[in-house]
Design a protein around this ligand. Structure first.
Ligand SMILES: Nc1nc2c(ncn2[C@@H]2O[C@H](COP(=O)(O)OP(=O)(O)OP(=O)(O)O)[C@@H](O)[C@H]2O)c(=O)[nH]1
Ligand SMILES: [Mg+2]
Length: 446
């Protein structure tokens, strides 16, 4: 899905992650890569220009709280969210859902997909067909509903031929069902006749959700349609279908983000289960290949509490500080996941599972050892003499060699933290050099 856009964005992120330093040249190159990728995805030129200006300005002017690479990636993420990320969530409660959209946009398929979605969430859906114009419409929807065991209602169920009467009868028939999904007929263009019919259904039935179905391949045109349908019946959410089959999905998403409406789902294939909730943050992270960039950034920010940074700048970096850092690292989840979350995660780092385990195990041991120390020892590691060393080793069920290894690691970290005062480096997330971890990777992690 949006493979081209995604791979271009991933490449841009990789370039940033690997660049030695972030300067005007790196930022310009990033902006150029971005422009190319977004224009190919059919994002409107003026939006691309605005985004370029913001990325350029922010990357060069804003003070980096994180390291400069993460900072730029964070800016990229935030700015892409602004143009691609207008999402909305359909509430999980009993309601009527009316589906509207142009001919062939994917309304009927999306009715079934949506029924399936609610069904999986434990709600009871039922579907009503209000398309009396296309003879095959009923059969198509009936078939889809049968596949997922969802009750279906159409003109034949009530012997009526007026759209409004069919819908009213259907809603009555399905009174006991939680979700009543109404499929409407499509037209080739935004004809006043169609809009009128939709208005009549809307005012009669008062559906809580009025969902516009858009084909992703219309790209920028999505905003024109979204605005027109919104004016007519008030759109509560959008489904962008066929994201699997077009490079223009980015354009459709950005066009929708310009309107009052939000995207609730994206269709990613022809099968009933090919419907995904649109969650902008996850979507953009995935586009950038960041695993979960948001949590990485949040945790990195958490890590940089002002007083910590201050203490570090004074050159006082105690075992307690180290402990806090290791805790933060632990909270980030399994080490393997962490590496994938780092901006370097997209690189092919050939680490086997045993190397991850060794590192994780060591970090765990460090914490256990620190748990066996007194507060005083954690604050002033210098006072740890031979007898204290033995006591800590026994208390933590480790050896004096292991306690010494921790102390050595702490001294190394302390030195690194001190280097901050010279203006070089950054507050690092500490990852000890471990047996079994290839030197190549250690270099990449630094
Ligand atoms: N690849 C792909 N195909 C889709 C998706 N959604 C719908 N389609 C296909 O698009 C075609 C049209 O879908 P329909 O659901 O019949 O569209 P519609 O809006 O109900 O069409 P009308 O009722 O004629 O206005 C069908 O062949 C669907 O299988 C999607 O997310 N991905
Ligand atoms: Mg249809």
């Amino acid at each position: 899905m949006l493979d081209k856009l995604s791979s271009s964005l991933k490449d841009a992120v990789k370039k940033i992650a690997m660049s030695k330093r972030i300067d005007r040249h790196t930022v310009e190159e990033l902006v150029r890569d971005l422009q190319r990728a977004l224009i190919q995805a059919d994002v409107r030129i003026s939006m691309v220009k605005e985004l370029s200006t913001r990325v350029r300005e922010r990357a060069l002017k804003e003070k980096a709280v994180l390291n400069p690479r993460e900072h730029v990636i964070k800016i990229l993420y935030e700015e892409l969210m602004k143009i691609l990320g207008r999402g909305v969530e359909l509430p999980l409660r009993p309601q009527k859902v009316m589906m509207v959209g142009l001919h062939g946009s994917g309304k009927t398929s999306s009715c079934a997909k949506l029924a399936r979605y609610f069904q999986k969430k434990g709600l009871k859906p039922a579907v009503i067909c209000a398309d009396i114009y296309r003879p095959a419409a009923s059969a198509q929807l009936r078939q889809l509903c049968a596949e997922i065991n969802v009750p279906f209602f159409d003109t034949a169920s009530c012997g009526r031929t007026d759209v409004l009467e069919i819908v009213k009868a259907g809603v009555e028939e399905f009174e006991r069902y939680d979700i009543k999904i109404i499929d409407t007929a499509g037209r080739h263009a935004l004809e006043s006749e169609m809009i009128e019919e939709l208005r009549r259904i809307e005012s009669e039935i008062k559906p809580e959700q009025r969902i516009l179905v858009l084909d992703a391949s219309i790209g920028q045109q999505a905003s024109v349609q979204a605005k027109a349908f919104d004016d007519a019946i008030g759109i509560t959410g959008i489904i962008i279908t066929k994201m699997d089959g077009t490079a223009k999905g980015g354009g459709a998403l950005s066009a929708v983000a310009e309107t009052n409406s939000g995207v609730a789902f994206i269709g990613t294939g022809e099968k009933i289960d090919d419907l995904e909730r649109f969650e902008p943050d996850r979507f953009v992270s995935r586009m950038l290949g960041m695993g979960d960039i948001k949590s990485l950034i949040e945790i990195a920010e958490e890590n940089l509490e002002p007083e910590d940074a201050e203490a570090a700048l004074k050159g006082k970096f105690t075992l307690n500080d180290l402990y806090k850092q290791l805790e933060a690292l632990r909270k980030m989840g399994p080490f393997k996941k962490l590496v994938q979350m780092l901006p370097l995660g997209g690189l092919d780092i050939d680490l086997d599972d045993s190397a991850y385990q060794v590192t994780e195990e060591k970090l765990r041991k460090f914490r256990v050892i620190m748990d066996s120390m007194t507060e005083e020892e954690r604050n002033e590691p210098k006072i740890i003499d031979g007898s204290r060393l033995r006591r800590i080793a026994i208390g933590s069920g480790t050896s004096t060699a292991e306690v010494n290894e921790l102390l050595k690691y702490h001294r190394m970290m302390q030195k690194m933290m001190k280097s901050l005062t010279s203006g070089r480096g950054r507050v690092p997330i500490p990852i000890p050099k471990m047996r079994g971890m290839p030197v190549k990777m250690m270099k990449k992690l630094k």
